[in-house]
Every structure is written in C-alpha cells, then in structure tokens.
Design a protein around this ligand. Structure first.
Ligand SMILES: NC(=O)c1ccc[n+]([C@@H]2O[C@H](COP(=O)([O-])OP(=O)(O)OC[C@H]3O[C@@H](n4cnc5c(N)ncnc54)[C@H](OP(=O)(O)O)[C@@H]3O)[C@@H](O)[C@H]2O)c1
Length: 330
C-alpha cells in the first residue's frame, strides 16, 4: 500500500509516500481501506519531533480516517466488531495517512447519514477531543459560558458548534476580522486576540462574572489571563501549549480564592477502552446532531495523499479555517 512516511523529523518537505506492506489486524482490530484522512496540528508536532507517538502506537502520521472495513482480527470480549464492508470513520492510533489503516474496533463510528468520506474523516480527532474535555463526565447545564481559544481551528469550529448545540454561550478568540466573522456565524461572540486583550473583553462581555469554562490551546502565555477570565468555580482545560509549557508567576491566589479547577488532557495516549467510551458517548449524543445538520465539520482544503507535505504547509501557514483533509481514494 501507499503510505506517507518520514525518516527524520523536520520541515513539511520530509514527508513522502512509500510503498509498504498492508498491516494485518490483531485481536480487537479492524483493517480499514482508507478513503479520506484528516490533518491535525498534533501531526505537525509529531513530524517536527515534538510529539512522539505513545508506546505501541503506529509511528506513522494520521489520527483520523474514513473508509471501509476490509478485514477483522479476532474479536475482543465486550467490543462488537463492525462487519466487513461497513463504512466507518475512526480515531486511529497513527498511520491514517495511508491506503489502509488498522484501528481498534471500539474507536470506529458509522458515517453519519448523508456524509461523504471527507466529511466523515473530518470528525474523529476534534469531536473526541472536544467531547471528552468539555462534555464528559457530564454535559454542562444550558447557559454555561465557555471561552474557546482558536475559534477557527478544527478544534475551535467543533467546540463552538457543540457548545451552542447544548445550550451554552460560546466566546472565542481568533486572529483576524475574517476569522472572527466566521466564528460569529457559528454562534460565538468573537474577540480578535491580535487587536484586543481577551481578558478585558471577557470581563466586559460577562459583566464581570467571567466564563465558567475555558478550552485552552495556548498554555503558558495565557495562563494568568485565563484564570482572570474565569467565574467562581470556573474550570480551565488545557489541551495544547502553543504559547509555552511554563506559566511564569502563576496566580495561585486566584485559583484558591475563586475555587478554580485547572486541568487538561491529551487524547492520543489514552487507552483504547477510554477512547471507546468517548466513541459511545459521541454516538449517543452527537451523531444525531450531525445527521440533523445541527453541527457539521468545516472543510477548508483537500489534498491528495501524495501532497501531504503541501497539506502540512497549508496548516503551518495558518490561513485556514476548519479542517485540512487528504483525499486518499481519489
Ligand atoms: N490535547 C489533545 O488531545 C488535542 C487533540 C487535538 C488537537 N489539540 C490541539 O488543539 C489545537 C488545535 O488543533 P487543530 O488541529 O484544530 O489546529 P489548527 O487548525 O492549526 O489550529 C491552531 C489554532 O491556534 C490558534 N492560535 C494560535 N495562537 C493563538 C493565540 N495567541 N490566541 C488564540 N488562538 C491562537 C490559531 O488561531 P488563528 O489562526 O486565528 O491565529 C488556530 O485557530 C492545537 O494546538 C492542537 O495541538 C490537542
């Protein structure tokens, strides 16, 4: 099969396609003939050598796919295996930039009705991430105020729509007037972080109350301003560290006196059982919304598998809004 590989970490130009053996499914795994795959920021970090795959994971790139099940390994107790021929989208443990990919059966979900391969492949990484961080273990009550940094990212466009669909109020940051306008059409109140101090604006917009939850992908550079943007009993959820992994002069008084919770997670190292629980929750609560058109993936650009380097460059240039995809079957 054809697969995107790289020998050494580096710029996007290290990516190239090679012909390698089709992998064979082990217990509890299915082999999917990939039709489309999503490009995600964690792939860029892995390519640069900054986000090594967890032990046991496929070392090649690609965390989400859509395609057809063509082979199944021996069944694993408690996990139903999709039938051969079923069209699935799946959260992959790596290896999605290829014509075939192995995935644990519990990480597969059906294509929502009416979706094509590109739309289905655009779902897993952002929906698993947003759902597990904002909606598990419990769906927040209607009216919850949520600040989502990076509103036009794959993660941001998903988070805004889900927060709105579950009756929350969405606030977001984005880096241009055009990107802010897109966030507003998705239902968020947008703040241009290059022109305004988001913390001052959140304080103003919430009449001093602050937001209840923040989904943060910036980390250190925003840490204290995030704390100051939270309401009493507010929760800061850190999912990436684009602005640094250290919080200088962290405002611990604020955490104590406002009873704040500071937490975070990353999806890839979670075990298959945990990913399967998220998949089941998504199927129950979110798949009906996708099929009704209440929430939908935004696809910004599509590249061929041979052009994975161009897809990475497109993401690194930062002009995109929504998802960048690889059309593997086309
Ligand atoms: N923890 C996890 O499990 C997990 C899983 C998937 C992704 N992630 C992380 O989530 C983030 C989004 O991923 P993605 O694949 O959707 O990537 P993406 O589309 O490339 O998005 C990156 C986003 O970061 C925003 N950004 C950069 N600097 C900012 C700043 N100072 N203030 C506000 N926003 C800023 C950009 O906004 P502008 O374009 O408007 O500047 C852009 O929207 C990445 O950092 C990724 O590593 C984490």
């Amino acid at each position: 099969m054809k697969a995107v590989c790289f020998a050494e970490p580096g710029e996007a130009s290290v990516l190239h396609t090679e012909t390698i053996a089709v992998p064979q499914p082990g217990r509890g795994e299915v082999l999917v003939r990939v039709m489309a795959a999503g490009v995600n920021r964690p792939d860029i970090m892995q390519r640069k050598g900054l986000y090594p795959p967890p032990p046991g994971a496929c070392p090649r790139l690609g965390l989400e796919i859509a395609g057809e099940v063509v082979a199944c390994g021996l069944p694993q107790e408690g996990t139903p295996m999709p039938a051969i021929g079923t069209r699935v989208c799946a959260l992959a443990n790596g290896g999605g930039y290829a014509e075939y990919c192995l995935v644990p059966a519990g990480q597969c979900l059906p294509w929502p009705k009416g979706f094509d391969a590109l739309q289905a492949a655009a779902l897993p990484e952002t929906y698993f991430t947003v759902w597990s961080n904002l909606f598990m273990p419990a769906i927040p009550p209607a009216g919850t105020r949520v600040l989502i940094h990076g509103g036009t990212s794959g993660i941001g466009t998903t988070a805004i729509q889900l927060v709105r669909a579950f009756g929350g109020q969405a606030f977001t940051t984005a880096g241009s007037a055009e990107k802010c306008a897109l966030c507003e059409t998705l239902g968020a109140t947008a703040i241009n972080y290059r022109e305004e101090d988001f913390q001052a604006r959140i304080t103003e917009l919430t009449k001093g109350e602050g937001v209840n939850v923040i989904l943060d992908m910036i980390g250190g550079a925003y840490f204290n301003r995030n704390l100051k943007s939270l309401s009493m009993d507010g929760r800061l959820v850190i999912i990436a560290l684009q602005g640094g992994a250290k919080a200088e002069q962290a405002d611990l008084v604020r955490i104590m006196t406002r009873r704040l919770v500071v937490t975070g997670s990353n999806l890839r190292p979670r075990d298959s059982g945990s990913k399967a629980r998220i998949a089941r929750d998504l199927h129950t609560h979110v798949w009906p919304l996708l099929e009704a058109g209440t929430v939908k993936p935004l696809v910004h650009a599509v590249f061929k598998l041979d052009d994975a380097a161009a897809a990475h460059k497109c993401m690194e240039d930062g002009g995109h809004s929504g998802k960048i995809m690889l059309d593997v079957a086309g």
